[in-house]
Ligand binder design. Sequence first.
Ligand code: DX5
Ligand code: ZN
Length: 226
Amino acid sequence: MIKIAPSILSADFGKLAAEVAEIRAAGADYVHVDVMDGLFVPNISIGIPVVKSLRGETDMFLDVHLMIDRPHRYVGAFCDAGADLVCFHVEADEPQDLLAAIDEVKGRGKKVALAVKPRTPASVLLPYADKLDMALVMTVEPGFGGQSFMADQLPKIRGLRALLDQMNPGCDLEVDGGIDPNTAPLVVDAGANVLVAGSAVFGRADRSAAVEALRMASAVRPNYDV
Ligand code: DX5
Ligand code: ZN
């Protein structure tokens, strides 16, 4: 079962509640919330108060993607604000702090994920793989929506799925960056089952058609010429 997770980074923040209501009506599975601190990535987006406000507005699953330096400092606050899943980057913290952050999120009854940037090998996730609810492979350099999908990440997705199948078969595998109806079949074929899409959903006026197009594309065989 493929899950569609529209990224509100491409939404209109001036009417965020209405935007989220639209993707809920469109049948999206998760709300993907991109948190950027201007240090780990060269952009600043939104943080804890927005997660809290969203929690008050929707019953949708809040998939919070932290692109912040030393995330162990803040994972508890994001849990308390109402995140259902907190994902942070393996590159952003020391191993012992990553482990502590994983424990903190799980201790608060929330799901936990680790993310890898495009130039980080999936093998760095090995020490944590059995503790995760989800792993995230970035298919663009994190920081901005609307970038082109990096097809060179497909072998990594495939390899990570194989590794997870051995160590933690129930672990979800999310992809984020440049996912649209052309690239969705490629990542699904490689083993991804949670698809983040920013511009492919919020860049279209008809959000139901956008989510449906991703769902349909996820069910077809890939065309490797895209
Ligand atoms: C990038 C973010 C993504 C981004 C995806 O740093 O993590 O979630 O919003 O946007 P699209 O789908 O437009 O590439
Ligand atoms: Zn993201």
